[in-house]
Design a protein around this ligand. Sequence first.
Ligand code: ATP
Ligand code: MG
Length: 408
Amino acid sequence: MKLSETFIKTLREAPKDEIAKNGALLSRAGYIHKEMAGVYDFLPLGLMVLEKIKAVIREELNKIGGQEVMLSALQNPELWEKTGRFSDQEVDIWFKTELSSGGVVGLAPTHEEPITNLMKTYISSYKDLPLAVYQFQTKFRNEKRAKSGILRGREFLMKDMYSFHATEEDLDRYYAEVEKAYDRIYARLGLTETYKTFASGGIFAKYSHEYQTFLPVGEDTIYYNSDKSVVVNKEVFNEEVLKDLGVENEAFTETAAAEVGNIFKLKYKYSEPLGLQFNDENNEQKTVYMGCYGIGVSRVMGVIAEKFADEKGLCWPETVAPFKAQLIGIGEKGTAEAEKFYATHEETVLFDDRNLRPGEKFADAELMGMPYRIVISDKTLAEGAAEVTARKTGESKMITIDKLAEIL
Ligand code: ATP
Ligand code: MG
């Protein structure tokens, strides 16, 4: 991509009311645009990051048999009334609106009810099980506080997967598969300090886990033991839980974290009230066991932005960076050589061909955060080379033009 051909502009100032670092940096670097509190637009570079995160998740979920779908955002209240979740007393984050033809619809904050109902059409026998479906979908939640940039949106992108099983053992088996897939996903996304925690959430605590990434501005507080084999959310951190986990005599450290995903053994929670049943081998009607598994895709992008940024700007891990390198040509020969290199690497290189001073381009490259900056100038060409600087370490080295493609 050539910067001169895009509408992307870096900004000197973040929006005035943007207090979160991720929101401020992503706005200034031209990845997102703020509509209002908790509501953001994703610009070309921002969308590329989201798509890269989605690609990693999609690949890992397909490996464990997930089938991708996309459910509607508009929700029929009748379904949610069956589980008691349409009332504002039960779920206080609904956006609801009236139909011009009469009646009310809601904008989906999550999708357990519709997916359970949908499966009544397709699951009737034990032969239809097990089954796992997932989607990437915009969720709507009327969150009270939305001051954390894209970490907490009123409209945000979630990956939600739902699994359906004939037996509890099979649900347990699949749950363990998802745990492994989640470990691979967070590792590939560069979020190595992500731990499976014993979750908050009342009676469901025993059947659910959260994935928490260490992050100073994260909204959650977690406790971890010395080898981080036991990580517990503050909300459930007490003597009884520690005893249950067999670690009551260990020392724990407190830290802030952001919840980047969670997994639940729902069992009959939705299948029973919504009547999702199947015929087993003995022709007996049984209720389907369910699990559900979320990842906050846009939050993950915000967490990555926050976590790796430094005083100069963003610093993307290679797997999610929109481009591998930002290319700058200086002087007549340098620019011509940069142009030539770019012509064969349009997919992986962001070419800053704008009519700006090199210093401004350097500052923008640091703000935008591609893993490498490539500078080709008359000076580097005297050595038949380009100067390649790693964004993360700031280390530079000269690489001859014929070997340059190897870093991409
Ligand atoms: P939280 O405790 O942060 O509100 P939650 O328990 O409501 O999260 P879920 O409903 O299970 O979370 O959603 C699945 C995932 O979606 C979460 O783990 C989180 O990463 C992400 N998520 C939840 N709410 C938001 C939001 N308002 N904005 C962005 N991401 C969110
Ligand atoms: Mg929530």
